[in-house]
Design a protein around this ligand. Structure first.
Ligand SMILES: Cc1cc2nc3c(=O)[nH]c(=O)nc-3n(C[C@H](O)[C@H](O)[C@H](O)COP(=O)(O)O)c2cc1C
Length: 156
């Protein structure tokens, strides 16, 4: 089965998760929406879509891609994930609200993979917001590899 992982990232954490997932799925291909906003997935049997959440929302390019390709995506084996720092119910709600309802219902695997607060990559405003809102002053690495592993198992 040919699989593509299509992702959208701001500071690279989602790419890192997509790479870990690719490794666990053996032979999946990666596609960064920034480099290829019109990525043609028609030749793949399975599509996994992932994006990072900032202020409650994934990037606009990911939202646009899902809306535009909804009909074709519904014909594929589908998986969805987000990178985010919330956990539990809040993280689950962020998955639900960031993908079109039909895709959310259709996906055979959907999960959150944690994330990274990377102070070296944030701009001034982002750093300020995180320091104020989350009260952290240094980078935090919280990618949950065990969730990526169980997502891959479920997806296979
Ligand atoms: C300014 C800012 C706002 C954020 N807002 C949220 C949020 O609303 N919910 C959440 O769960 N995580 C939030 N995060 C954490 C990001 O989802 C996390 O840093 C993620 O790993 C970023 O992934 P990326 O590097 O692929 O963009 C925020 C991070 C930043 C810097």
């Amino acid at each position: 089965m040919s699989t593509v992982i299509i992702y959208s990232t701001r500071h690279g954490a989602t790419r890192k998760c997509a790479e870990l997932l690719k490794f666990k799925l053996f032979g999946a291909v990666l596609a960064d929406l920034k480099e290829n906003p019109e990525f043609d997935f028609s030749g793949y049997d399975a599509v996994i879509i992932g994006g990072s959440v900032q202020a409650g929302s994934v990037k606009r390019n990911l939202k646009k891609f899902c809306e535009k390709n909804k009909k074709e995506l519904l014909k594929k084996k589908l998986g969805l994930f987000i990178c985010c720092m919330y956990e539990g119910r809040e993280a689950e709600e962020q998955i639900k609200k960031n993908f079109p309802g039909e895709l959310f219902e259709r996906a055979c695997a959907k999960d959150y993979f944690g994330g990274i607060f990377d102070f070296n990559k944030m701009n001034f405003l982002e750093r300020f917001i995180i320091k104020q809102a989350v009260k952290v002053k240094e980078s935090v690495y919280k990618i949950k590899e065990e969730r990526i592993t169980s997502f891959a198992e479920k997806f296979k």
